[in-house]
Design a protein around this ligand. Sequence first.
Ligand code: G6Q
Length: 547
Amino acid sequence: MSDLVQSPAWKALAAHQAGIKKRSLRELFCEDSKRFDKLSVQLDGLLLDYSKNLLTEETLELLLKLVRQSKLDDWTAKMFGGEKINSSEHRAALHMALRAPRGASMLVDGVDIVPEVHQVLDRVRHFSEAVRNGVLRGYTGKPFKDVVSIGIGGSALGSLMVTEALKPYGNLKLNAHFISNVDAANLTETLKRLDPESTLFIISSKTFTTLETLTNARSARDWLVANLGSDGAIEKHFVAVSANLVEAKKFGISREYTFELWDWVGGRYSFWSAMGLSIVLYVGMDNFERMLAGAHAMDNHFRETPLERNMPVILGMIGIWYANFFGATTYAVLPYDDYLKYFPTYLQQLEMESNGKCVDRNGQLVDYATGMVLFGEAGTNGQHSFYQLIHQGTQMVPADFIVSVDSHNAMGEHHAILVANCFAQAEALMLGKTMEEARAELVAQGLDDGELELMLPHKVLPGNRPSNTLLFDQMDPYSMGMLVALYEHKVFVQSVVWNVNPFDQWGVELGKQLANKLLPEIQEGRHVVVHDSSTNGLINHFIERSV
Ligand code: G6Q
């Protein structure tokens, strides 16, 4: 058994859970009229209500013991101090430097990296303003109207998610498009509607070797050259964001149009850098800087606030409570904000790629869960599909609700209805509907006794389904920065307790290796026997059937 599972803090939580699971949230709220005041915390226009969780103050104390035993403070100091805590890749994880204000100092190998970060941000400002103002134009002299970002995974999801989230701040003269999938449908359907003369491509790839990205980038380059009739157009229409300046240059992108990235930034933590160029082009550098300021405020909160009032620590501990002590395997993120429709997709990578590990930092197999499968959808849409299982299914699915006080679109009753649904769902999950309540409802509907008894079990909702609610004043760029940094640090807190490295992703690398190996077999079209019978069978069937 692992040290973690044998530790007194873990055992105390396991014993405590046996008592808590017999309690109901209804009871917990009845017993303490101040529960909301005690179990909520605020920061810069963000309220985190975690009172609708199956926990008491004693639970939190025990969880805090677990966090303290993991030496979170030391790990946080190591991370902010630029130590190479991404041990399997021998790298620091200093995404916080990307949002550190000018004049701050953060060191990697004794070198202050904040000035470099600001040098690149200054270039991003200069470049984006020139594009937005029509000073930088395409090969034929037309201003840019469409920006197509080509990248995948960590080099795409953040920019896609934020560009959508900050649409109310978007430039109406520039359209943002994102191409990730190597399926030609993605590129073809996008290019169909675009004018090559006014289209700018951003090739976002830290390594500049990712098969999907390079395949899409080459096809986009072919399309541009075919339409504009000259290779000379490439350097006016292609921008690179990469740590691999050599490959970007070989592709034909000029140094002036290349923005660098560093090895101390992981892909899924990188959109705060030039990797967010498409965001900047769309919402402008001032708004991007407000987002960085929001993230920096969350960094400071995480570093400086006592653990018991620390938002990322609270969210992290609650996730651990359900994953490790209630056996929850699935977790829902439910933004009641249509602009946040890609937030669950973004978080899937952040949480599942970071902590989806089965060995600990020492290479030992773990004997405890290291995360939950995350899914979600903008409210109220999800209410009409998968919420049913969360209300009445057989498993616990803890949820995070996200909503704002103000709407960007003051239109009739829409926002009041949206917010009412959000609060009502969280309440209904918590309270459920008792047998007595269900019976009273059916009686009021005039059902006869026989029918009533048949209907009754279906109408009961067990309740006791936990959730957090994040209530923002407004989803502006600053809030956006806080929201993402909150989850980044939450994931870090959990990784420390679980003793896993949240900054590597060897499973992703495997995909990259395997596809490169199998591709020639598909392309050469010769009968194969080297794989298992299923893979051989699929390849051979494909080859036989393809024209
Ligand atoms: C993120 C992962 C992964 C990566 C992509 C794209 O943390 O490492 O999602 O971002 O595979 O990689 P490149 O940026 O190198 O193309």
